[in-house]
Design a protein around this ligand. Structure first.
Ligand SMILES: *[C@@H]1O[C@H](CO)[C@@H](O)[C@H](O)[C@H]1NC(C)=O
Ligand SMILES: *[C@@H]1O[C@H](CO)[C@@H](O)[C@H](O)[C@H]1NC(C)=O
Ligand SMILES: *[C@@H]1O[C@H](CO)[C@@H](O)[C@H](O)[C@H]1NC(C)=O
Length: 192
């Protein structure tokens, strides 16, 4: 009797393992212990990123990429906007801006972000923060497909490359780059 129920059970077990392997999932890194809403607010220059195909395609023409984080007026729960801005192909190209809404902050440093009202919300976590740098990880699973991005952000357009490398290594060390994608530097030449 036991052997008769164990086969379908085993198949389900194997099938669910295969599903996870094929479709992947999001990681849940802890937010930086340095995180404060004020410390993350203001203008960041995108130094570079590790990004899956869909997001990379969406931002393929971007140069001079920045993100400006602003807490919502009179909101004390961490609700903020993140204006993602870049120029199309050249520093004089047209602006390609998209406003991210950071909501439901819990714990501090981890939000749900939405950009388009119809799209699913993504997990958005500030995994590193000091006065010069931030590292942000966002991830979502849509139709069984995992999309993620690890952003290295700095307060200046051309920060110390050694520090940048240490932050990339830090993110890799957390196991966030599950698809072993390459780190790509953002082009800021002639932007500022
Ligand atoms: C924010 O709060 C201040 C003081 O309570 C009030 O004067 C102001 O109108 C509020 N602003 C908004 C946009 O709600
Ligand atoms: C895009 O965002 C940048 C940076 O916040 C801003 O300076 C610019 O005016 C915006 N442009 C458009 C067309 O929204
Ligand atoms: C907090 O910031 C300090 C530098 O100000 C840095 O050395 C440390 O790694 C940061 N901690 C975290 C968890 O990000």
């Amino acid at each position: 009797m036991a052997s008769k129920i164990s086969l379908p059970f085993l198949l389900i077990l194997v099938y669910s393992k295969v599903l996870v392997m094929v479709h992947g999932k999001c990681m849940s890194p802890p937010p930086s212990s340095n995180f404060t809403v004020g410390g993350y607010s203001g203008l960041w220059f995108e130094t570079g990123k590790i990004q899956t195909f869909a997001g990379a395609f969406f931002q393929r023409d971007c140069v001079c990429t920045t993100v400006e984080v602003t807490p919502e007026i009179n909101r004390t729960n961490g609700d903020s906007t993140a204006i993602n801005s870049c120029r199309k192909l050249t520093p004089q190209g047209k602006y390609l801006n998209a406003t991210g809404h950071l909501e439901n902050m819990n714990p501090p440093g981890k939000w749900k972000q939405w950009i388009f009202a119809f799209a699913p919300k993504v997990d958005y976590t500030v995994i590193y923060l000091d006065k010069d740098f931030a590292v942000e990880y966002d991830c979502s699973v849509k139709l069984g497909m995992t999309s993620y991005c690890i952003h290295i952000l700095a307060r200046v357009p051309n920060p110390d490359p050694n520090k940048v490398q240490r932050l990339v290594d830090f993110a890799e060390g957390l196991g966030l780059n599950t698809k072993q994608l390459p780190y790509k530097e953002t082009n800021h030449a002639g932007c500022w």
